[in-house]
Write a protein that binds this ligand. Structure first.
Ligand SMILES: NC(=O)c1ccc[n+]([C@@H]2O[C@H](COP(=O)([O-])OP(=O)(O)OC[C@H]3O[C@@H](n4cnc5c(N)ncnc54)[C@H](O)[C@@H]3O)[C@@H](O)[C@H]2O)c1
Length: 419
């Protein structure tokens, strides 16, 4: 299938990147795993952590070799370092690159001006550097870029897969779908999408922009092989998804906290389907000069529906769950039309898993096993407020007794991760 084809996975220390690197290695691809460990340093800075302990990249890669006999090449590299990126691409001459390596939290991007700037510089510069490296060194390489369904926002019309044909004043054209995103983070993704589209038009680059929904679950065939191959599980109010937070709140006997009226509807998918979608994308590349857009999710839920799915799954094992509604710290529609198309990946052969069938095994049982690691402060509300920022939360998390790093120790740890 992927016999000896070279693929670079950027963001390979992350929640999705690490399982993806293993998945492709097992399929026979020559995988180069790249990350600058910034996510681990942001955790240290802000006092957050993965509920499930995760091994270092060195340990993961060694464990993978022991379990499977397969090599994953590991490189600590910042995508904002253009020279290092060029050297890496020239060394491995990849047939495809999968780009996960961004600051991916909407609340993080809304904490303060500094966090918004850091998010946009990291994401937009890293992506732009990659476009230049591909153009100048491997112009036929397939760029698979992780975008987000949040780029579209929640318009009062059907959301198409990337493009829309518009009739205007008697003329017609097919154009990138208009985007009204929800945060400075999502705006960085919109800028990436525009830059990728431009590079395809002007340089003839081939790219697939995957507008991904919210991913859940931590169990793939590969992560389940050994605890040192586990991937991260975020649950705090900065990095955790609503679904992860709900499952953790329920596990520690706290009510599920829905922001606002709870009609906010988003697309979701199981991490095993993420693996399948990206593999299908890789195996079915676009033509040169084509910038393909897929909406990558399998089901959609409002927050109220999500809370009901969690409650129902827990009820099956005799556990009771309470739900409360809180003032919404975000600025977003709390009741809205939502009908995004998502047929392209199904047409390529995707066979989805469904949340109500798998929630118990994919999330709830895992959270139950690790609930002793939960620091309830990380579930405290309100979260980062879109109108006023969230410096207080950031500082409260970082300085709390249960996670106190003195400044010097934290600085050293962050430095050692950056190397
Ligand atoms: N997790 C989701 O539900 C979800 C949903 C939609 C889209 N996405 C997108 O998928 C991608 C992966 O998400 P994730 O949840 O695995 O995130 P993650 O934070 O767990 O992983 C991202 C990784 O990228 C690395 N990184 C960040 N900036 C970098 C840089 N400049 N150079 C090198 N490495 C860098 C981080 O250290 C981290 O390990 C992201 O682009 C995210 O926006 C994720």
């Amino acid at each position: 299938m992927g016999e000896s084809k070279s693929v670079i996975v950027f963001g390979a220390d992350g929640y999705i990147g690490w399982p993806m690197a293993m998945h492709l290695s097992k399929l026979g691809y020559k995988v180069v795993a790249v990350d600058n460990l910034s996510r681990r340093s942001w955790d240290l800075e802000g006092g957050t952590y993965s509920l499930i302990p995760i091994a270092s990249m060195e340990t993961r890669v060694a464990r993978w070799k022991t379990e499977t006999g397969l090599d994953i090449v590991w490189r600590n590299l910042d995508m904002c370092d253009a020279e290092a990126l060029d050297a890496l691409v020239a060394e491995f001459m990849p047939e495809a690159v999968i780009h996960f390596a961004e600051q991916r939290s909407a609340p993080f991007s809304m904490i303060s001006r500094e966090h918004a700037v850091r998010t946009q510089v990291n994401n937009i510069v890293g992506n732009l550097n990659l476009l230049y490296s591909l153009h100048s060194i491997v112009p036929e390489c397939h760029l698979i870029k992780l975008g987000s369904m949040g780029e579209y926002g929640s318009p009062n019309i059907d959301i198409e897969e990337g493009y829309i044909t518009i009739e205007h004043n008697g003329r017609s054209d097919t154009l990138p779908f208009p985007k009204v995103p929800h945060s400075f983070y999502h705006l960085s993704k919109v800028a990436d999408s525009q830059n990728i589209h431009f590079a395809s038009r002007v340089w003839g680059l081939r790219a697939t922009d995957l507008n991904q929904g919210v991913v859940y679950g931590v169990q793939t065939e590969e992560t389940a092989m050994h605890p040192e191959l586990f991937t991260r599980f975020d649950f705090d109010s900065i990095w955790g998804t609503a679904l992860n937070r709900f499952c953790v709140q329920a596990a520690v006997a706290e009510p599920l906290t829905i922001y606002g009226r709870g009609g906010q509807t988003r697309g979701y998918l199981d991490i095993r389907d993420t693996m399948a979608c990206i593999t299908l994308t890789l195996e079915n590349p676009p033509n040169m000069g084509e910038c393909r857009v897929f909406n990558q999710f399998t089901e959609q839920f409002s927050l109220n529906e999500l809370a009901s799915v969690v409650s129902a799954a827990r009820e099956k094992i005799g556990l009771q769950t309470d739900v409360v509604h809180l003032p919404n710290p975000r600025v977003e529609a709390e009741e809205h039309y939502y009908n995004p198309k998502h047929t392209a990946l199904l047409d390529l052969g995707l066979k989805p898993h469904f949340l109500s069938d798998t929630l118990l095994t994919s999330v709830i049982e895992i959270v139950e096993a690790y609930k002793g690691n939960v620091d309830p402060v990380l579930l405290e509300v309100p979260s980062v407020d879109w109108r006023t920022g969230g410096n207080e939360i950031w500082e409260k998390y970082a300085n709390r007794d249960a996670f106190k790093f003195n400044a010097e120790k934290t600085a050293k740890l962050v430095e050692s991760l950056r190397r």
